[in-house]
Design a protein around this ligand. Structure first.
Ligand code: GRF
Length: 206
C-alpha cells in the first residue's frame, strides 16, 4: 500500500510516521510505505527530510497557479501518480475542495491541533488560551470538504497550564501528535478504522 503525505512546512508529523513505519516494519505489516511527500511550498523543511531519506519529494507551488482549481488539479495529478491508498495531510495549509476530496473520500486523513469540533481553523492554541479551556489537544479525522469538519477518528488531550503561551501549549500538543498520528495511519491501513455513512467506524479496542 502506498501512503502519500502532503505538507507545507516543518514536517515533524511526517517524520514521526516515517519513524513508526520503519521501526514497526509497516512494509511487511500492514504492507505499506511512504511513496511520496508533496508540498505546496517548495522550501518546506519536510521536503529536504524526504530527499535525505530517499523518499520522492515533490513541490506543487500553489503560487504558480492562477486559481485554486488549477492548483488542485495539478496536485491531484501528482498525488495520483503514486497510486495512494492513504493520503495524509500533515501540516498541509491549503484548503482542499470537493473536487479533490469527493473521489478520495475515506482515504484522506488530517491532523488538526485542537479538540474538534472546538477551534476549527487557524491559531488554535492562542484561541484555546483566550477561551480559558483547561484541556486542549489534537484531532485526527477523515477529510471532508467542510474545513476541519470530517469524521473524527482519534484525539489526544493535553492540559492547559496557567503559565502557557501559544508556543508552550503547541509544543506539548505536538509531542502527542507524533504518537497519535502514526497509530491512526496504521489502523486505517489495516482496515481497523473505516469511513461509513459519514462516521469513523472502529472496534472499541482500536
Ligand atoms: C501540527 O501542529 C498539526 O496539527 C497542524 O500543523 C502542524 C504541523 O506540524 N495541522 P509539522 O509540519 O508536522 O511539524
Amino acid at each position: 500500500k502506498n501512503i502519500v503525505i502532503l505538507i507545507s512546512g516543518r514536517g515533524s508529523n511526517f517524520e514521526a510516521i516515517l519513524r513508526a513505519s520503519r521501526e514497526q516494519r509497516w512494509e511487511q505489516n500492514p504492507g505499506a510505505r511512504i511513496a511520496a511527500v508533496i508540498s505546496n511550498r517548495p522550501g518546506a523543511r519536510g521536503l529536504e527530510t524526504a530527499r535525505r531519506e530517499g523518499i520522492p519529494a515533490v513541490a506543487v507551488d500553489h503560487k504558480l497557479f492562477p486559481t485554486r482549481e488549477a492548483f488542485e488539479e495539478r496536485l491531484a495529478q501528482e498525488v495520483d501518480r503514486f497510486e495512494p491508498d492513504l493520503i495524509v495531510l500533515a501540516g498541509f495549509m491549503r484548503i482542499l475542495t470537493e473536487r479533490f476530496v469527493a473521489p478520495r473520500e475515506g482515504k484522506i486523513l488530517n491532523i488538526h491541533p485542537a479538540l474538534l469540533p472546538l477551534f476549527k481553523g487557524l491559531d488554535t492554541h492562542q484561541r484555546a488560551i483566550d477561551a480559558g479551556v483547561r484541556v486542549h489537544g489534537s484531532t485526527v479525522h477523515f477529510v471532508s470538504a467542510a474545513l476541519d469538519g470530517g469524521a473524527i477518528i482519534g484525539q489526544a488531550v493535553v492540559p492547559v497550564l496557567p503559565s502557557d503561551t501559544a508556543e508552550t501549549l503547541a509544543a506539548r500538543g505536538l509531542e502527542l501528535e507524533h504518537v497519535l498520528y502514526p497509530r491512526v495511519c496504521r489502523a486505517v491501513l489495516e482496515g481497523r478504522v473505516r469511513l461509513e455513512g459519514g462516521r469513523a467506524v472502529m472496534d472499541d479496542d482500536t
